[in-house]
Design a protein around this ligand. Structure first.
Ligand code: NOJ
Length: 755
């Protein structure tokens, strides 16, 4: 084929596909309009109304009301917490008895898995593995969609700089760059090849916006922040989710600079719908419309409905403000019918895209549900995701002073005929492994692998295992210590599992004290005093504070909550079948007094030179400024060394690229994966710029002894930020580049961006 002919045919194909797509698009819009034309005002308002089902609740339960009758009357557009083929079919059948026969949407918090529970999202974020994160969402969607669910209230893309806030477990941590990439991966994972496929869920980017900055880390609390911080730090993951095609957004409980997010026109209409051209719909959070009354922003429910709908909120989750007031608001001339039509159009469009008008029961398929119920491949994928999420915090020689690496990984063969003592409140945990946003199924306990079971399977009969709980999670008593000390004394190695309960993080689970609860620290001290080699494993849904442990225990593993296969994943890591590769997505503080804590802070006019500099500088007199473990930190059983940075030029011109390379060598004994991180600092700006900002990372696998050159390409796109006029652009001047293994341990170089 000659070139001319080839390009003409290509053009023809493009034109045909384009016109087909336009036609298909038009058809859905036309269909939506034709339905809308037939609807009464009450039916329109019904589409904007969402109730909780009667089987489960994820918020304060509202007096029941006759939901089924309301569905029959077309007064309900969506239900949440209705799942399973049986229940979804039951309610959908009732919706089909309504005059307009508009199918219900079923939404649920599929936050980290459905049937197969995946690691909590913060743990997954520690993998920095976007493909794996995407597949985790893909599997969750496939399982949930087979049970009749259409819509997940995920991903949560709130930036979190405060580990007291219980919901840090649901997000991707503190960084806007990593957070944006993970937001994209999760949206794409949930929505798969597109709505309408029976394995795709509608995603919902939440909580729009800035919920993660609740004052004092207390859930539902107010947020007060500059627009610069909002645009540069908190909004980017939302923008990424919108660009990735998230079908829906959820607003949030918090006020932002005095205005509740739910009644915030600037956020919902000006930014999301107008500036970002978001075509999906916005759902409120649970009763967040009604909560504008106690906020002191709305006088009553009538006023709350008015403020929410005018601001751009399309669907009301559980406040009943819309169903009770919207029609009247229209009749009173307070809300235009155009605004109602816009909201209903957005909702109906998604129902059409999902294919529910063709088949309202499309997602409720008994056979598919059963196929997904015990899907072994999903469990296998879960285990891999869990392994990738485990962070090795420390692995130093034991006893200290000896050269070389720590006692991890444990060697199965060397432990034959020997004894391991397994001590701590989580060793035999089952349900805890799943974390906060997970479901309990009848046969769950048989599927979930405890640490005890997994280690028993790993070492077989030839290694003797001892167990002692030592204490409960928040005990005040030392009663169990003696048994634990005895077990440790009889053992050659001790593995301890400590932390906070799985339901101590999540919604409404803020803590003012994020140290290890109860007497767990004392238990660690008592076991340490036996002089036995010891590994401490920490399970938690947030960064905890454990300074004594971090300073004394040579081998520490952060295991979060890892899901159905938690035990096996942990055993694989402890015994070296997986070499840890995860990196912290949040800074770990030394004390609550450092919070909010994050690596991308501003320098101040009096920066401390180091952690002990107190010469009238910005510092605490009783605490270093630095975190205990920094953002991006995580070890491997091997070691990686970094060469100096090589730049192809120290001058960057707009429209051109600059390359920065380092040679990474696996200088240890094991093959392993490293996440090489690129940070940039803009030295002088029209507004002050952070001391470092993550701008890229690459994951590489190196065999022991192997070296590779890693190259990052830098363009002006990497240097853009929102200035005080909220214009997104770069500014010429000097920049620093940092490449390293975490946000603190980096090599440094510099370049100048010319005009
Ligand atoms: C309130 C939570 O803030 C939100 O994230 C969740 O999706 C809804 N409840 C529904 O459970």
């Amino acid at each position: 084929m000659n070139n001319k002919y080839f390009y003409r045919s290509l053009l023809l194909i493009y034109a045909t596909v384009f016109s087909f797509l336009c036609k298909a698009q038009k058809t859905i819009d036309e269909k939506v309009d034709s339905v809308l034309k037939l609807m009464t005002l009450d039916e329109k308002v019904g589409q904007m109304n969402q109730y909780n089902g009667d089987w489960d609740a994820t918020g304060p339960i509202t007096p029941q009301g006759d939901k089924q009758n309301q569905i029959r009357k077309g007064m309900v557009g969506s239900m949440l917490n209705v799942t399973g083929v049986e229940h979804t079919v039951e309610l959908q059948k009732i919706a089909m008895q309504s005059r307009m026969k508009i199918p219900l949407l079923f939404g649920q918090d599929i936050i980290h898995g459905y049937r197969t529970t995946f690691p909590i999202p913060l743990a997954e974020a520690a993998s920095w593995d976007l493909e794996a994160i995407k597949s985790s969402a893909r599997i969750a969607a496939t399982e949930a969609a087979a049970s009749g669910v259409h819509w997940t209230f995920a991903p949560m893309v709130d930036i979190a700089r405060d580990p007291r806030w219980g919901r840090v477990m649901e997000g991707a941590g503190e960084d806007p760059y990593l957070g944006s990439l993970i937001a994209t991966a999760r949206v794409k994972g949930f929505q798969g090849k597109g709505l309408g496929n029976t394995d795709a869920l509608m995603a919902c980017a939440k909580h729009f916006a800035a919920y993660g900055a609740a004052i004092g880390g207390r859930d539902y609390n107010s947020v007060d922040m500059s627009l610069l911080t909002l645009w540069n730090i908190y909004l980017p993951p939302f923008k990424a989710a919108a660009e990735a095609g998230a079908a829906t957004f959820m607003n949030s409980f918090n006020t932002l600079n005095g205005i509740p997010a739910t009644g915030n026109k600037y956020l919902q209409t000006d930014i999301l719908k107008d500036k970002w051209r978001f075509k999906g719909f916005i759902v409120s959070d649970w009763n967040s419309i009604g909560e504008m009354i106690p906020h002191g922003f709305a006088k009553d429910n009538y006023d709350a409905a008015l403020k929410a709908v005018t601001a751009g909120n399309d669907m009301d989750m559980e406040s009943r403000s819309y169903i009770q007031n919207l029609a009247k608001l229209v009749k009173d001339g307070k809300v235009s019918i155009q605004r109602i039509d816009d909201a209903v159009r957005r909702i109906l469009k998604k129902k059409f895209e999902l294919g529910l008008f063709d088949d309202p029961y499309k997602f409720s398929d008994k056979k598919r549900e059963q196929q997904q119920w015990n899907n072994k491949q999903n469990l296998q994928a879960e285990k891999i995701m869990a392994e990738k999420s485990i962070v090795l915090l420390k692995n130093e020689p034991f006893p200290s002073g000896r050269a070389g690496m720590g006692i991890l990984p444990l060697n199965k063969n060397n432990l034959k005929g020997k004894t391991i003592a397994l001590i701590g409140p989580f060793i035999k945990s089952i349900r805890d492994n799943l974390g906060f946003w997970s479901y309990t199924w009848p046969d769950d306990s048989e599927r979930i692998i405890s640490i005890w079971e997994a280690i028993k399977n790993k070492v077989g009969n030839s290694t003797n295992l001892l167990y002692a709980k030592g204490c409960n999670i928040d005990d005040t008593s030392h009663e169990g210590f003696a048994e634990a000390i005895k077990a440790a004394m009889e053992a050659d190695v001790v593995i301890m599992s400590v932390g906070e309960a799985a339901n101590w993080s999540g919604e409404a689970k803020s803590r003012s004290n994020i140290h290890l609860p109860g007497v767990q620290k004392e238990l660690i001290k008592a076991i340490y005093a036996t002089g036995k080699p010891i590994v401490v494993m920490i399970n938690a849904g947030r960064p905890l504070i454990f300074n004594w442990t971090a300073d004394h225990i040579p081998s520490i593993v952060y295991a979060w909550w890892l899901g159905t296969e938690a035990g096996d994943a942990i055993a694989d890591v402890l015994f070296g079948d997986y070499n840890p590769s995860a990196k912290l997505p949040m800074s770990f503080p030394r004390a609550e007094g450092q919070i909010p804590i994050y690596y991308n802070y501003f320098n101040t006019g009096r920066p401390a030179k180091n952690d002990s500099d107190l010469n009238y500088v910005s510092a605490y007199i009783d605490l270093p400024n630095s975190p205990k473990f920094p953002f991006g930190y995580g070890l491997s059983y091997t070691t990686f060394s970094y060469s100096d940075i090589k730049l192809n030029s120290t001058i960057l011109r707009p429209g051109k690229a600059l390359t920065a390379s380092v040679v990474i060598t696996n200088s240890g004994k094991y093959d392993g994966k490293e996440t090489v991180q690129l940070y940039i600092r803009d030295m002088v700006g029209s507004v002050v710029r952070p001391v470092k900002e993550l701008k890229g990372f690459q994951q590489i696998f190196l065999k022991a002894g192997e070296s590779k050159t890693i190259t990052f390409k830098i363009t002006t796109d990497d240097l853009k930020f929102y200035n005080d006029k909220l214009i997104y652009n770069y500014e010429p001047g000097d920049f620093k580049i940092f490449i390293g293994t975490n946000s603190e341990d980096v090599k440094e170089a510099g370049f100048t961006l010319q005009k």
